[in-house]
Design a protein around this ligand. Structure first.
Ligand code: PMP
Length: 372
């Protein structure tokens, strides 16, 4: 009988470029202090939970029907939020929403990337950019970053000129380093990308609400090939909701209609996101607390003797460890889960509640003593 020692993968007719590859896999471990996926540590406030229940109940009464395919009410409210906080007026036709900004990015690569095309990112950066590229058959180019994790404009412009990518990713603030990108840098890369091709420049602002710098949103004005991507997973404390969105020229919004699945945003998702947007001010209050905690983590980690990359996000990159994985494990042994993003010498910790951050700092203090 046919018991084979070959892996089933060898028999499966999966695409060649997926064979032997690993999926996205931040560990989901059940430990007391989980500071590894840049979530917001604060549960949604009870009045918002009640409002979600109300709006979802309302949506449930018409669940026999497909949801609003164009999510007009939700996009209108997202546009209002961006206009209020992003330093630039945005209208419903500038905004598109999907299930997490990962889906937004996937739709962008399905539309502007794909087989025979390439995308570039400046690494280390958000690992899903490369994975979504692979999933959509888009070639991936790993662009350079400086020693201090900022984008070296000359080197980045040269990489764009040489590779002539179809899509350019700029993550600001960058994950996992926390580094914000100056508007001048984005403009230089945009000009280089237009001269080379022209190509779509995607500014991933998943963490922008935590930044000391203003949003890069105003740069979409007069630049039809520049897209700003956002999410409700971080600042809105709603990672479980799965709601991401973009702001761009209306032509970009029209273009992604060609690849979006019909009714991709469920009525339940739209109702929940709308309820959360009603409580924006409360949620942005938590963001202020988290920014203070983020700054405290930077200061205290430096006090302990760690190297720390300046952070504009809700997480902090710290190091440098001779054995990164061993350091990660020692911190985990003390009940604190942080992230090893594969940047040699460096780990990343998400800003949690003050108590969680204290537990983390205690663990690192002990680790540093051991290393002396
Ligand atoms: N962009 C960046 C830079 C991220 O770090 C993340 C989440 N870790 C995302 C996008 C995707 O988030 P979501 O799909 O939850 O919106």
């Amino acid at each position: 009988s046919g018991i084979s020692d070959r892996s089933p993968w060898d028999e499966l007719p999966v695409r060649d470029e997926l064979k032997g590859k690993s999926p996205y896999g931040a560990p989901q471990l059940d430990v007391p202090v989980q500071l590894n996926t840049n979530e917001n540590p604060y549960p949604l406030p009870e009045p918002l939970v009640a409002r979600i229940a109300e709006r979802v109940a309302e949506a449930a009464r018409t669940l026999n029907r497909y949801p609003d395919r164009d999510a007009i009410e939700l996009r209108t409210e997202l546009a209002r939020y961006l206009t209020r906080t992003g330093g630039h007026p945005v209208a419903v036709e500038n905004v598109w929403a999907a299930n997490g900004s990962n889906e937004v990015l996937q739709q962008l690569l399905q539309t502007f990337g794909g087989p025979g095309r390439t995308a570039i990112g400046f690494e280390p950066s958000y690992s899903m950019h490369a994975l979504i590229a692979r999933g959509t058959g888009t070639g991936w180019i790993s662009g350079p970053r400086s020693e201090d994790f900022t984008i070296d404009v000359a080197a980045a412009v040269a990489a764009i000129a040489e590779n002539r990518p179809d899509v350019v990713f700029i993550t600001s603030p960058n994950n996992p380093t926390g580094t914000a990108v100056a508007a001048d840098t984005v403009l230089a890369l945009y000009e280089a990308a237009q001269a080379a091709k022209p190509s779509l420049v995607v500014v991933d602002e998943a963490y922008v609400e935590f930044s000391h710098r203003d949003s890069l949103l105003p740069l979409i004005e007069g630049r039809p090939n520049l897209v700003v991507s956002r999410t409700m997973s971080k600042a809105f404390g709603a990672a479980g909701l799965r709601l991401g969105y973009l702001a761009a020229h209306p032509a970009v919004v029209d273009a992604v209609q060609l690849v979006r699945l019909p009714y991709h945003l469920s009525a339940v998702t739209q109702a929940t996101a709308l309820a959360a947007l009603e409580h924006t001010d409360t949620l942005l209050g938590y963001v202020e607390q988290l920014k203070a905690e983020r700054d405290r983590l930077v200061t205290e980690l430096r006090g302990i003797g760690c190297e720390v990359t300046d952070s504009d996000a809700n997480f902090v990159q710290f190091g440098k460890f001779p054995d990164t994985h061993a350091a990660w494990q020692r911190i985990l042994d003390r009940g604190v889960l942080v992230r090893d993003n594969g940047v040699p010498g460096w780990l990343r910790v998400t800003a949690g509640t003050p108590e969680e951050n204290d537990a983390f700092l205690d663990a690192v203090r002990e680790l540093m003593k051991e290393q002396e």
